[in-house]
Write a protein that binds this ligand. Structure first.
Ligand code: EPU
Length: 422
């Protein structure tokens, strides 16, 4: 198993390019199920989750030609509608094939994802919405068995809670449904917007893109024709993570290929901490202050502060001058990194969904264990400033979602090496 060895203290400088967004690429790959024509995806991040979903597409019988940032997908040959446990258990986002498979083939079986390190993460809202579109759904042998032999019908769906994956699944299902589907309390994340734009580019009428009320006029079973190439938007979480790397190491670095609007919440919080920024076309440069100020933050749905940046900001707060308060509102268990960060000398106190982070003068390198994707990057950030060597184990979590993290950080001057367990 690989691990990372980081020697803290190096100043960073230079520029890196942000990769395509994993969380946009995943629903877009699933969405290719809605067509029987070839689709080319570009600017894919080189991460394990993308390879896992592409593998699932091939297991369904689709044709995939994947080379680094480009994938050519041909779903005219799909001959199975079963998403097996082996894949879904590796990656929960596989549930995103449920809506498109059901919409295009009138039936499918998708394994239930099971437990998760950051919370229970049920899919009840996806299932309830599909049922209101006329699907018959049963849970048998660990699988969701869904049927809609006469196709899905447009419906009015009110999500009790804002769900990114739920909105994406229903938008895809609604694209081929008979009639109009309205989604109230829809997610507004940039990744949902890109998916809607992809579907709209195939001629499906979608009103309210980027708002909490979406109206989708389905094609009544007619497969879609997408634009030939779909370019994945920049990863706002990867960009936010590198801004945190600049802030925590007190270094000025430049990120290219970013969408400023998508990272506004992270920029605002870093400004509160005393950082300054220069924004040019698609790039951003951070200028951190000598001493960072503490902040209060609450994770919420877009455009508010993203839960996927909570762990990385906690790392930055660990060396701020004073006490920061961080509240996690999206996931009930997304604080597994707290005890690992405390092993590096942080002073973090946790009660329920709220943590208090008292800034310390110094962190000290230690062996730590990654528990989920974003927790892993928080440990790496802390390792960049900790005195001595920090060893981060279980980095398979990191490899799921960060494209060449150690390569990008090394190119900025960090001392970070990937090693193999003997
Ligand atoms: N929820 C339900 N029932 C459902 C669906 C969701 O109760 O049927 C709850 C969840 O348990 C959670 C909340 O609603 O408490 C929000 O979950 P959501 O469905 O929005 O999350 P998701 O679609 O499973 C995506 C990202 C996550 C990101 C969340 C929130 C992808 C592939 N994943 O997950 O990304 O944290 O939205 O923004 O897009 C990551 O990249 O590290 C990551 C975990």
């Amino acid at each position: 198993m690989d691990y990372l060895e980081i020697t803290g203290g190096a100043k960073l400088k230079g520029e890196i390019t942000i990769s395509g967004a994993k969380n946009s690429a995943l629903p877009i790959i699933a969405c290719t199920i809605l067509t029987d024509q070839k689709v080319r995806l570009s600017n894919l991040p080189n991460v394990v989750d993308i390879r896992t979903l592409l593998k699932l597409i091939t297991m369904l019988g689709g044709g995939v030609n994947h080379n680094n940032t480009i994938a050519d997908i041909d779903n005219s040959s799909i001959n199975s509608t079963k998403a097996v446990y082996e894949i879904v258990s590796q990656m929960r986002a596989s549930i995103l094939v449920l809506g498109p498979l059901l919409a295009r083939f009138g039936e499918c079986e998708v394994s239930l994802p099971g437990g998760c390190a950051i919370g229970q993460r049920p899919i009840d809202l996806h299932l309830k919405a599909l049922e209101s579109m006329g699907a018959k759904i049963e849970i048998r042998g660990g699988y969701v068995k869904a049927e809609a032999p006469n196709g899905l019908k447009g419906a009015k769906i009110i999500f009790d809670k804002i769900t990114v994956g739920g909105t994406e699944n229903i938008v895809m299902a609604a694209a081929l449904a008979d009639g109009v589907t309205t989604i109230i309390n829809a997610a507004k994340e940039p990744e949902v917007v890109q998916l809607c734009e992809m579907i709209a580019s195939a001629g499906v009428e979608i009103d309210g893109i980027g708002t909490s009320e979406l109206t989708i006029k389905g094609t009544n079973g007619k497969a879609l024709e997408f634009k030939e190439t779909i370019e994945i938007i920049p990863d706002r979480i990867e960009a936010g993570t590198y801004l945190c790397a600049g802030a925590i190491t007190n270094s000025s670095i430049t990120l290219n290929k970013v969408n400023h609007k998508h990272i506004r919440a992270s920029i605002n919080k870093l400004e509160e901490m005393g950082c300054e920024f220069e924004l040019k076309d698609n790039s951003i440069t951070i200028f951190p202050p000598k001493k960072l100020k503490p902040i209060n933050l609450i994770t919420m749905e877009y455009p508010a502060f993203p839960t996927d940046m909570q762990a990385q900001f906690m790392a930055v707060c660990m060396i701020a001058e004073g006490e920061s308060i961080i509240e996690e509102r999206l996931f009930e268990n997304r604080f597994m990194h707290v005890s690992e960060l405390n092993r590096l000398g942080a002073d973090i106190w946790l009660k329920g969904s709220v943590s208090a982070v008292k800034g310390v003068q110094k962190l000290y390198g230690a062996e730590v264990m990654a528990t989920d994707l974003r927790a892993s990057s928080a440990l790496v950030l802390a390792g960049l400033v900790a005195d001595g060597v920090t060893t981060v184990r279980r980095i398979y979590h990191l490899d799921r979602g960060y494209d060449n993290l150690e390569g990008k950080l090394s190119s900025l001057g960090a001392s970070i090496i990937r090693k193999k367990e003997k």
